[in-house]
Design a protein around this ligand. Structure first.
Ligand code: 5GP
Length: 117
């Protein structure tokens, strides 16, 4: 059984977060340490630790995460200029919180994806 993270407490509203959207499948809230003018995290309400743990039964929630990302990007006024959606996985991917989450980053030029070496 995977261990809950702080994100489960945010989803249950047990600790404060700037929640922008919530439904039966996903929750979206502002990142506490934004890396861009718009930096939103979109998470499934149920705990999936990493992309490696995804099952076909998770597809509805994962699909909803993208639908919600598009809606929030539109609401933030960054849809036309563009933005980046990122899901980090495990150590090499830079994952710090083991509750799968999609970063929505925008509001400035993000540029090409380059790995640091
Ligand atoms: P990761 O590196 O796992 O892909 O990203 C984790 C993200 O979660 C980081 O961008 C970090 O700033 C954010 N984060 C960590 N703890 C909290 C928290 O308690 N509240 C919020 N809103 N964001 C958090």
């Amino acid at each position: 059984m995977a261990e809950e993270t702080i994100f489960s407490k945010i989803i249950r509203r047990e600790i404060p977060a700037d929640i922008l959207y919530q439904d039966d499948l996903v929750t979206a809230f502002c990142d506490i340490a934004p890396k861009a003018p718009t930096h939103i995290l979109i998470v499934p309400n149920h705990l999936i630790p990493t992309v490696n743990d995804v099952k076909s039964s998770d597809e509805k929630a994962l699909g909803r995460m993208i639908t919600v990302a598009a809606k929030l990007a539109d609401e933030a006024g960054i849809a036309d200029d563009g933005y980046r959606l990122v899901i980090n996985c495990n150590k090499h991917g830079g994952q710090e919180v083991y509750h799968i989450h999609m970063h929505l980053l925008g509001g400035q030029y993000i540029g090409p994806l380059v790995a640091s070496r």
